[in-house]
Design a protein. Structure first.
Length: 122
C-alpha cells in the first residue's frame, strides 16, 4: 500500500483525497477482488449506492487500476458518467430543498400578514 500511496502523492492529490482513496480501496477489497476484469469490477461497483458513494468508490478503483496498469478504459469512462449523474442528483436535491425553503418563507409571510390583519380587526 505504501507504493500506491506514493503514486497518489506523485499525482499531486491532496492528503485527504489520498486517505479517502486508500480507505475506499481497503473497503472495496474486503468484498471484491482488486484484480477482477473491468466488466466484473463495474458490476461490483453497482452494489454501491447511486450518486456520490458510487462515484467516489469508482474513482478510487480507477486510480488503483491505473497504478497497477490493469485495463481501465471502461472504468475511467464510467467515472465521468457518474460525475454527471452525481451532479444531476445534487442539483435536483438543491432545487427541491430550495423549493421547500421558499414555501416555508411564503407561509411564514402569509401567517405574519394574517396576524397583522387580525390585530387591526381587534
Amino acid at each position: 500500500m505504501d507504493s500506491y500511496k506514493a503514486y497518489l502523492e506523485e499525482q499531486g492529490l491532496a492528503a485527504t483525497t489520498i486517505k479517502n482513496h486508500i480507505r475506499n480501496l481497503t473497503k472495496y477489497s474486503e468484498s471484491f477482488p482488486l484484480n477482477a476484469d473491468q466488466d466484473e469490477t463495474l458490476a461490483n461497483l453497482l452494489t454501491y449506492a447511486d450518486g456520490s458513494p458510487r462515484q467516489t468508490m469508482t474513482s478510487a478503483i480507477s486510480k488503483y487500476r491505473s497504478f497497477m496498469k490493469y485495463e481501465n478504459d471502461k472504468i475511467k469512462a464510467s467515472v465521468d458518467t457518474l460525475k454527471t449523474e452525481t451532479d444531476d442528483i445534487r442539483e435536483f436535491c438543491s432545487d427541491f430543498l430550495n423549493g421547500i425553503i421558499n414555501n416555508i418563507v411564503i407561509n411564514s409571510e402569509l401567517e405574519s400578514t394574517r396576524e397583522s390583519k387580525r390585530k387591526k380587526v381587534e
